[in-house]
Ligand binder design. Sequence first.
Ligand code: 13P
Length: 278
Amino acid sequence: MTAVIVAGNWKMNLGPRDAELFLDAFAAVFGGSGEPADGQARPGGCRVALFPPAVSLDAARRRKAQLEESGAWGRAPALELGVQQIHAEADGAFTGETSAEQASQAGATLALVGHSERRTIFHETDDMVVRRVQAAFRAGLAPMLCVGEQLEERKAGRLEAVLLRQLEAVLSPPELRAGIRPETFSVAYEPVWAIGTGETATPDDAAEAHAILRGCLVDRLGEEIGAAIPILYGGSVKPANADELLAAPEVGGLLVGGASLDPGDFAALVGAGGRAGS
Ligand code: 13P
């Protein structure tokens, strides 16, 4: 079984200093190198990732290294870092943008691509998403492709059509398909109506959408690779609903916004990932 992934998307929250304090508190939850006390989060085989704002990435990487070197990271899980957004070009006159190469230099190994806030607020199209996935591969970053339907699309019975359009766009170019492996690519299903609203998809809602995505992945990439690509659920995930979401068929991880800003809640979510993965 592929390891469960618990990932936190900090969105436009937590500057460099806040990121350091977060990591100090997160490591402290795991209590050094001793045996875990009852009730403490156990990361198990769970993969853990954080997507800080680009400006906080380097500070997070340095603090993580300091904590590891001093032994304070203890039993806290290995932490992967990612960038929330990348431009398609490697460099140039694109004021305010961050390239995949720059994010990699600052410590990222992952990149969110196509988050619904980018698609809706910043009007990013499927074509732009494809070019950003290409840029991520070019720089050696593993893209996490975000897909999800708006409430009106769901109400109009267009769930499947929207998800397939967003996923197929990325799976269609042969050179992109060739770079896709379970270690280099993941998908996050984030129904737009459940993001930041407190309205969580039910485990059945998540299972329905994840089955559509899995079918497309297997169809386009073959059984061996397509069945192993991680598919995460995101949208108002909290410690209280994490276990039931992770128990839904094909839910291989969580992409968490608001609840990832609190080190205790994020550690509890990592604990849920550890339980699901064991
Ligand atoms: P919330 O967990 O705050 O709903 O955000 C989900 C999300 O968009 C993660 O990328």
